[in-house]
Design a protein around this ligand. Structure first.
Ligand SMILES: CC(C)(COP(=O)(O)OP(=O)(O)OC[C@H]1O[C@@H](n2cnc3c(N)ncnc32)[C@H](O)[C@@H]1OP(=O)(O)O)[C@@H](O)C(=O)NCCC(=O)NCCS
Length: 186
C-alpha cells in the first residue's frame, strides 16, 4: 500500500475518507477548541500545525501496522467536515485495535460518533480480522465513556491516578470489546 491509497467508508449519514489540505482550517478550529482538546494528546497551535498533521497523514498508508491513521468524518451529501476518526493499527491482528474520535462541538450529541464507530467496528471485526478492540478514557470524559458503553464495550479496568497529563495525575479507564461480543451487540 502507498499513502495515496483511497479509503472510503459510507454509513447512512456519513462518509469517512482521507483528510485533505482544504480541511485544515476547520480541523484547527475544532481540534484547537479547549473543550474538544481537553482529554487529547494533540491540540494544534495554529492552522499550519493542522496542515502539517494532514500532510503527514497523507504519506501514511491507511492500515499501516503500529500507527495511528486519521480519517475525516464528513456529511455524506455535502462533504462538510464533522470531525475526525483515528484508528490505531497494532503490529498484529492478534493485538487490540484502538480508536479515537473528535467531533466539532455543533455536531456532537446527534449519534454521528456512534454511527461512524459502528461502521468501523464492522470492518475491524470483519474484513480487517481483529479479535479485540480497546479504548482508554479519562473517566471525566462522560461523552466518550457513554459512546463506548453504547457500542457494547465492557469496562475492564480503572487505573487510579496512573499517568501524568497536563500538570496533573489522572485516572485511566480501560474498555474492551471482542469480535464475538460485537456480533451479539450490533
Ligand atoms: C467523544 C465524542 C466523539 C462522542 O460524540 P457524541 O456526538 O457525543 O456521540 P453520539 O451522539 O454518537 O452518542 C453516543 C452515545 O453516547 C451517549 N452520550 C453522548 N454524550 C453523552 C453525555 N454527555 N452524557 C450521557 N450520554 C451521552 C449518547 O446518548 C449515545 O448513546 P445511545 O446511542 O445509547 O443513545 C464527542 O463527545 C467528542 O468529540 N468529544 C471531544 C473529543 C474527545 O474527547 N474525544 C475522545 C477522546 S479519544
Amino acid at each position: 500500500m502507498d499513502g495515496t491509497q483511497d479509503i472510503a467508508i459510507a454509513t447512512a449519514r456519513l462518509r469517512l475518507d482521507r483528510l485533505s489540505e482544504a480541511d485544515a482550517p476547520v480541523l484547527f478550529a475544532y481540534r484547537g477548541d479547549d473543550a474538544v482538546a481537553r482529554y487529547q494528546g494533540w491540540k494544534p497551535a495554529d492552522v499550519a500545525a493542522a496542515e502539517a498533521f494532514i500532510a503527514d497523514q497523507s504519506l501514511l498508508a491507511f492500515g499501516t501496522a503500529d500507527s495511528w491513521c486519521q480519517l475525516a468524518i464528513r456529511d455524506k451529501v455535502t462533504g462538510e467536515l464533522f470531525g475526525d476518526f483515528g484508528v490505531h493499527f497494532p503490529a498484529s491482528t492478534d493485538d487490540p485495535i484502538e480508536f479515537g474520535l473528535s467531533l466539532r462541538p455543533e455536531r456532537q450529541g446527534q449519534g454521528f460518533a456512534r454511527e461512524a464507530m459502528a461502521a468501523v467496528l464492522d470492518l475491524a471485526f470483519g474484513d480487517w480480522a481483529y479479535r479485540r478492540a480497546v479504548g482508554s478514557v479519562d473517566p471525566r470524559n462522560v461523552s466518550s465513556m457513554a459512546l463506548l458503553r453504547s457500542l457494547g464495550f465492557r469496562q475492564e479496568a480503572h487505573h487510579v491516578e496512573s499517568y501524568f497529563f497536563r500538570g496533573e495525575w489522572v485516572d485511566d479507564v480501560i474498555f474492551a470489546l471482542l469480535a464475538r461480543e460485537w456480533v451479539r451487540h450490533r
